[in-house]
Write a protein of this length. Sequence first.
Length: 317
Amino acid sequence: MKKLFSIIIPCYNNREYIEAAVKSCFNQGLVSSCYEIIVVDDGSTDGSGEIINKFKNHPNVHILAQKNQGVSIARKNGVDIASAKYVIFLDADDCLQKNTLADIKSEIFKHKNVMWFAFPIKRVSEDGTDIKHIDSSALSSYKYDNNICLSPREAFVMYKRKQLPPVICASVFDRNLIKSVEFPTGRFEDSRIFYSLLRMGHSVMLLKSGAYLYYHRQRSFMNHEWNAEKWIMYAQARLDCICAEREILGESKSLIESTTRFYYSLKYLGYLHSDDCRYSVPVAIIENGGVKYSTSFFREFYARCRACIVKYLKKVN
């Protein structure tokens, strides 16, 4: 019998959390023949390999050790050896809520022509309690009231309304679909793959059952300070987003204006760090990306800001 789910867990220096991540996969209410867990040790140096090897004799666990190449390559290599019909990505410091896959299994069988499913995300603290209020830059919790299939346009609109996260965790992919996607290196790779899938014209079905438990870890990349490297990677992801919106929703005044604001924000960032040539790279990414930004809009925006400042100074003086 062919397995239904391949759960791929890339791991780099997650000794504290990897065991809980793997064990959460055992608690999915599935028979053993229904799933496999592929743990990719991405050259860990903190002893994660020792924890992973505790599961080496488990019939459902496959371990792949590689030199450190980053999470995208680790995921891709996991996909390459996956044997199930569907693929799920789980980060080594997160978990799947109990019985999540059993809950969504029946819906997947009802919609065999759908190649991409998304299920809820529950943001939790280190001790497992729900987080109600988080920083606006962090990934929020997401829940869906109904099982509904969205076109790429509908999905992108939901994303813009912050009702659908640009991530590939908390998703179930047909293995043939995810194998056809390029796995970009660097960070913000989830967002870039999300935009790529929509640009390829794939619909996504939202499922109300189950949950991906996304733990708030202070040491995660998304919580690190914004240095030149992070800005470069963010600029590339933002460019992908701009191109996806243009292709899916069409060129619009609001898109040009938001692109312009982002472009000049990067210009200003480069000015603030003029002693570091790396900060000129994000600007070059946008300039060479074939997108539209408006110098006239920026001049109008600057003039409005200047007028407001002058008006305020007159008032206080």
